[in-house]
Design a protein around this ligand. Structure first.
Ligand code: NAG
Ligand code: NAG
Ligand code: NAG
Ligand code: NAG
Length: 368
């Protein structure tokens, strides 16, 4: 209670000090999502692979385990591109750069895989965040558009041919699933970056694409999927060197919330720094009147105090205005692949029960 009233005081002080318009929500509590018919805090996870595995049974048991863990949302790759039709076991779009044709893969290793995820998510009451482009090369990212259109990772954002193809794909996906209650958010991309570019390039791109999506489906949330890079400081994550201005993007009317990723180890920071990264973003929820999500974070299983770090971050998340958080990543036994990576947390393990489950319960129990 004390914390809440202090925060309210601080917010009204800002309103008095600044003559420009501040969103009405800035004086009330920070915005949270309405999900399952109620405004609430919650936890979620990431399972990029759910749409890239071939077994319906695997999709179904993974989503059943996610639901049983009280994880409300999972983030699944809504993209999968190929240029040659053979380098990906599952792909949704084929940008054939020899015949120069672009097709949607309606075969068994194509869109039916995504259909299976959406159906199963509906059945288990889990909601999906679907990014529709990868900044990285994995599973066919910007590189597959550029192998076709001759762009690069800087010019992609404004290349007319690449943008038309990307928007056609986005329109296809949005129109196919827009009536499903299982879509939490359409997401423009996974970790868009334009290193050393003016941040206006990606801001204008995000404005344009999010407006297109809202015109096709005004009822579903839209998010950017960026890592939350801030501007105005000298320090790497605060220098907008990756071409992303988190606050400018948060002000785009057709983006409904802000996404933040956190890989302190890959970015040259300490795990303690993570608490500042969470707190600094959480403070922007009230300022801009939009929910903020810690969308990807985890500690490698090789780090000796992995448990303590995760628990400390979870405390920080619970203590601040983060609307939901989703760790990277949930893993389980599958028949045709192992979703292992350095950050995977396997369902049913002692570690999962000690770190994931208490946090998802604590988020649900947090009062608005
Ligand atoms: C076509 O795509 C392949 C990847 O499958 C790439 O190696 C090749 O360079 C591309 N061709 C052109 C002309 O860009
Ligand atoms: C992409 O191409 C442009 C124009 O040809 C060039 O200025 C830029 O440096 C290239 N960027 C990358 C990342 O290669
Ligand atoms: C960005 O610019 C800096 C300084 O000019 C340079 O060191 C760095 O390599 C550039 N990064 C990219 C990805 O082009
Ligand atoms: C984890 O270990 C690192 C390195 O020894 C230390 O800097 C950090 O404070 C520890 N964090 C926690 C929460 O124990």
């Amino acid at each position: 209670m004390l914390r809440t009233s202090l925060t309210l005081l601080a917010a009204s002080a800002i309103v008095t000090a600044l003559p420009q318009a501040v969103p009405a929500t800035s004086t009330s509590s920070a915005p949270v999502f309405e999900i399952d018919g109620a405004k609430q805090y919650f936890a979620g996870t990431n399972t990029w692979w759910l749409s890239h595995i071939l077994s319906d049974e695997d999709v179904d048991h993974a989503l059943a385990e996610i639901a049983a863990s009280d994880l409300k949302v999972t983030r699944v790759w809504g993209f999968g591109n190929t240029n040659n039709g053979v380098d990906q076991p599952v792909y949704f779009q084929y940008l054939d750069n020899t015949t120069m044709t672009i097709t949607i893969n309606e075969g068994a290793n194509g869109i039916p895989r995504l259909d299976s995820v959406v159906r199963s998510a509906e059945k288990h009451g889990v909601q999906l965040v679907l990014p529709m482009l990868n900044n990285w090369d994995d599973l066919g990212g910007i590189n597959t558009y550029c192998n076709y259109f001759g762009c690069n990772k800087t010019t992609f954002w404004t290349d007319p041919g690449a943008q038309e193809a990307y928007k056609n794909y986005v329109s296809f996906i949005v129109q196919r699933y827009k009536d499903s209650p299982a879509i939490f958010s359409w997401q423009l991309a996974n970790e868009p970056r334009c290193p050393n570019c003016s941040t206006s390039i990606i801001t204008e791109w995000a404005r344009d694409v999010s407006r297109l999506i809202k015109s096709l489906d005004p009822n579903t949330r839209v998010s950017l999927g960026d890592e939350g890079w801030l501007c105005g400081g000298e320090d790497y994550a605060y220098s907008c060197i990756e071409g992303i201005d988190f606050e400018a993007n948060l002000n785009i009317p057709t983006l409904d919330y802000g996404t933040v990723h956190m890989y302190y180890d890959q970015w040259g920071y300490t795990s303690d720094w993570g608490n500042k990264w969470i707190t600094d973003h959480a403070a922007l929820a009230k300022k801009h009147g939009k929910p903020i999500v810690m969308e990807e974070y985890d500690v490698k299983s090789t780090v000796s105090n992995q448990t303590e770090i995760l628990q400390q971050w979870h405390h920080t998340i619970l203590d601040t205005d983060i609307a939901y958080d989703s760790f990277w990543q949930f893993a389980t036994d599958l028949t045709d692949r192992d979703p292992y990576d350095d950050y995977a947390i396997y369902y049913g393990t002692e570690f999962y029960d000690r770190v994931v489950i208490p946090h998802s319960k604590a988020m649900l129990a947090k009062t608005i």
